[in-house]
Design a protein around this ligand. Structure first.
Ligand SMILES: Cc1cc2nc3c(=O)[nH]c(=O)nc-3n(C[C@H](O)[C@H](O)[C@H](O)COP(=O)(O)OP(=O)(O)OC[C@H]3O[C@@H](n4cnc5c(N)ncnc54)[C@H](O)[C@@H]3O)c2cc1C
Length: 527
């Protein structure tokens, strides 16, 4: 290995790689980051993939996780200075139903309650009580997700919560964690449409109605969207990435795009640097951070220097089902059967728990679901400049699908079937399409090796692979068994989403525990 010029090398400029880079560079570390793609961002990217002037969020679009992140809290002023702007939709989400009905959730609680009361007075009271429960516990649940797992900070937060809310609170939280969405919604709601409205959020992750853990995740997702509305990036989600990349470079970090790392070099049990596809070797004094999943890290990037047992263990990391993205350029907004749906950021086509369960079961058994969940995002409703005058972009995230299938052969025909399904809720939508781009699960993985089998979460979030078990017991604080080799990203605590939390937490752990001081001040601290 040549003499090291860098304190740390980061493989992958996804949101977490960038977050780690910003925190390390701010602390004065000399950091070099490699990205295979021509642009940073990974699963956060905006591009004109249908027609010129139509800006589609190819993958993530809901930026609530970033807007409420610790990284944004710490660096928000700089990120705004460097171009980050959000557009907040207060009409957050709704569900549409085959009989033409719809139920919507906005940031105005009374508006939502009266919407729910239209279907069931008892459910309206239950909704109010759950909102109140969320308000009480938010101060003690979200901080846990912003701290390393496990950590004294986590424990202190839970103890604080117990002191404030009583000893029944942690027991209730544990019970919620052990609950499936079906158990949760059956306990709280009587009307099947309200149950479906709530449970659709579990399908954003891999929580089919019957899967344990869905109770907590559905609760957090649904109530956060109600509390915060939905944040889009102004101009597209990549404004987040662009601002982060600029800040990182401004702080002295180096970013090389179109530069895939071929190998992470391990010598004497320690990660010492990387090898690029052209053969160039670059050393890192303090170690290498991989913004990849464990199977990518130990299956593709580490070719020697670790035991077979460790390599085999990494392959046991489990992925969830696949996702498809259908991006549409439209001549006008969809004419929803229920016109009120036209004012919501997300429209869920997920009309019953049975349909969600069947979709999950089909996908898990390699069958194409006849009625998967469609998460329809309408960003131009809130940010018209993302499409030419009076035109619109629409994205449909399809949940959930088989990972392994001859997707190149079936994807367009399957997308046609899904648009026919959408047409039942938005008649005439197919006539309004002026351009389309379909990304199958295989396309997702081709664009980003972390999206294995098109799993948009980079690994299942079922309880056996979450909290201290993400990605494996003993790795949740981002250290791997190889010295100097760290892992961050969606496959690590706290999991998928645009929170940038794992990169942020890892970098803070590194700067707090560095056994050697970083090289001298290459960066220009931003105040
Ligand atoms: C279709 C889809 C929709 C989503 N929607 C939402 C949403 O609306 N809201 C939300 O909160 N979350 C959403 N998510 C999840 C969220 O986008 C991701 O969890 C998050 O962006 C993952 O970030 P990451 O840091 O793990 O890195 P990734 O995005 O996985 O990026 C890793 C980067 O590393 C690069 N890389 C990998 N190997 C190498 C190598 N050898 N050399 C160099 N570079 C390499 C890759 O090219 C990639 O750019 C969605 C995800 C997908 C796929």
């Amino acid at each position: 290995m040549p003499v090291s010029q860098y304190d740390s090398i980061i493989v992958g400029a996804g949101l977490n790689g960038l977050a780690a880079g910003v925190v390390l560079a701010k602390a004065g570390w000399k950091v070099l980051m490699f990205e295979s793609q021509s642009e940073p961002g990974g699963a956060v990217r905006t591009a004109e993939v249908t027609l010129p002037g139509f800006r589609h969020d190819l993958y993530a679009t809901n930026l609530n996780g970033f807007a409420t992140s610790q990284l944004f809290h710490d660096f928000g002023a700089d990120l705004r200075r460097l171009g980050l702007e959000f557009v907040r939709a207060s009409n957050a989400f709704c569900s549409v139903f085959p009989d033409g009905d719809m139920v919507g959730v906005t940031t105005d609680l009374e508006e939502t309650i009266s919407e729910v009361r239209r279907l069931s007075a008892a459910d309206a009271e239950a909704w109010r009580a759950l909102t109140e429960r969320f308000r009480r516990m938010a101060d003690y649940v979200f901080p846990v997700m912003r701290q390393p797992m496990p950590s004294w900070g986590t424990l202190r937060t839970l103890l604080r919560g117990t002191r404030a809310l009583g000893t029944r609170w942690p027991i209730g939280l544990f019970a919620l964690l052990m609950t499936s969405q079906r158990e949760f919604v059956t306990r709280h709601f009587r009307h099947p449409k309200i149950a479906a409205l709530w449970a659709a959020w579990g399908m954003h992750l891999d929580f089919a109605p019957e899967v344990r853990g869905g109770g907590l995740y559905g609760f957090i997702q649904c109530m956060s969207a109600q509390a915060n509305g939905l944040h889009f990036g102004k101009g597209g989600a990549s404004v987040v990435v662009d601002a982060l990349a600029r800040l990182y470079c401004e702080l002295g970090g180096e970013l090389r795009c179109s530069s895939p790392v071929a190998e992470i070099v391990v010598e004497n049990g320690r990660a010492v640097g990387v090898k690029l596809s052209g053969g160039e070797l670059i050393a890192a004094r303090h170690g290498v951070i991989a913004n990849t999943t464990p199977t990518v890290l130990f299956g593709k990037l580490i070719k020697a220097g670790v035991s077979r047992r460790l390599a085999r263990k990494a392959q046991r990391y489990r992925y969830g089902p696949g996702t498809m993205m259908i991006h549409l350029a439209l001549s006008q907004l969809p004419q929803w059967r229920n016109s009120r749906a036209a004012s919501f950021a997300y429209v869920h086509v997920a009309p019953s728990l049975e349909i969600m369960s069947r979709a999950y079961d089909d996908a898990s058994h390699g069958r194409l679901p006849a009625e998967p969940v469609l998460i329809v995002a309408q960003p131009t409703l809130f940010n018209a400049s993302r499409a030419p005058h009076s035109r619109h972009v629409l994205s449909i995230q399809v949940r959930v699908l088989p990972s392994r299938l001859d997707w190149d052969t079936v994807k367009e025909e399957y997308a046609d079937r899904l648009l026919a399904l959408l047409e039942r809720y938005a008649p005439g939508v197919r006539q309004q399409i002026v351009g389309r781009c379909v990304l199958s699960p295989v396309d997702l993985e081709r664009a980003n090796p972390n999206l294995v089998g098109g799993d948009n979460l980079s690994g299942s979030h079922h309880l056996a692979q979450q909290f201290i078990f993400r990605p494996f017991l003993g790795w949740s604080r981002y250290r791997t068994p190889v010295r100097g080799l760290y892992i961050c990203g969606a496959s690590t605590w706290p999991g998928a989403g645009v929170t940038a939390a794992s990169g942020y937490l890892l970098a803070n752990l590194l700067t707090q525990t560095a056994d050697q001081p970083p090289s001298t001040g290459m960066s220009t601290p931003v105040t």
